[in-house]
Design a binder for this molecule. Structure first.
Ligand code: SIN
Length: 303
């Protein structure tokens, strides 16, 4: 019997399989398809202080081995999450969740986390400083070590829960940004968010996406994500959650060998809603195939 358990800042997960924010909502639709309690946990829909309508449509462009999105952080705001989503979630998900939080100022990140801090259902915060689809926030914090550190410090000051910072691949030195977050008190690093991309429609000769550019995700970005997880693992001592193009149990193991303590699955949920359930059930056989008894033993094993 192999051991699939992993630990994030003292929180033991049954397995490292975590649906990524923005691809799993608050889990309700997936809970109608299968018992989502088989998952390690999941990262809920990116939440801001105030409700957001999101970007104009079209927001999605299909690509070879992936997709581009420019959703623009559409969400119902933190107060609705606390009053409606989290109480409803108790009915179908009995583990703690990851709270994914975005903002447009340091104060907004901190206030959103301060309000969520009272919720027992939240295991850790995942602070998204890497959304490529909004102006005046998101990515602008994640491309500068100083700004990412400032957000980290502000959030750490309002919560006793572990704080993981979700980083962008759209930078020249992701390891330096990860290190700045760790030095500012981050308990972990999540990476990677989407790569900035674009498609142009040949008939209209105009960008497919109304916002022109968006975040590219899907299996095409997996090697980039593995490379960046590998680099960040060497730069920091805190745990790393790896993501980007993961779609199989083999990918989960590869990401953990690069340095991930747990692994998120994003775009794959949109083409196969059962993918995370299947990865959880495939993991033991794939571990046995590669002679792995205890999954946590392989974290960073490629270094
Ligand atoms: C979005 O809502 O535009 C995507 C969120 C993200 O990539 O961080």
């Amino acid at each position: 019997m192999v051991d699939t358990r992993v630990t994030l800042s003292g929180w033991e997960l049954d397995n490292p399989v975590i649906p990524a924010s923005g691809t799993f909502g608050f889990g309700r639709e997936f809970a109608e398809l299968y018992d989502i309690n088989c998952l390690g946990t999941f990262s809920f829909k990116g939440t801001t202080l105030n409700p957001r309508f999101g970007n104009p449509t079209p927001r999605i462009a299909e690509c070879t081995a992936g997709m581009i999105n420019s959703v623009g952080l559409q969400n119902s705001g933190v107060d609705e999450v606390i009053a409606v989503q989290l109480p409803a979630m108790k009915e179908y998900f009995h583990k703690k969740v990851i709270a994914n939080v975005s903002g447009f100022s340091v104060e907004e990140y901190a206030e959103t986390c301060r309000r969520l801090d009272e919720c027992d259902q939240i295991g850790i915060f995942e602070v998204n400083v890497s959304c490529p689809n909004v102006h005046g926030g998101g990515l602008s914090f994640g491309t500068s070590p100083e700004a990412a550190a400032e957000v980290t410090k502000a959030v750490k000051a309002v919560t006793s829960k572990p704080v993981y910072i979700k980083l962008s691949p759209n930078v020249t030195d992701i390891a330096a940004i990860a290190k700045a977050c760790e030095d500012a008190g981050a308990d972990g690093i999540s990476l990677i968010n989407t790569l900035l991309g674009m498609r142009i429609d040949l008939k209209s000769k105009k960008p497919v996406i109304a916002n022109k550019m968006g975040g590219f995700s899907g299996s095409a970005i997996f090697p980039v994500a593995v490379r960046m997880v590998y680099q960040v693992y060497e730069a920091v001592k805190v745990p790393v959650i790896g993501m980007g193009g993961v779609s199989s149990a083999e990918d989960v193991i590869e990401m953990m060998l690069a340095g991930a303590s747990a692994v998120q699955i994003g775009a794959a949920n949109l083409t196969d809603p059962f993918v995370c359930r299947d990865i959880v059930s495939d993991l033991p056989a794939v571990m046995e195939k590669y002679g792995i008894n205890k999954l946590s033993d392989i974290i960073g094993g490629a270094h």
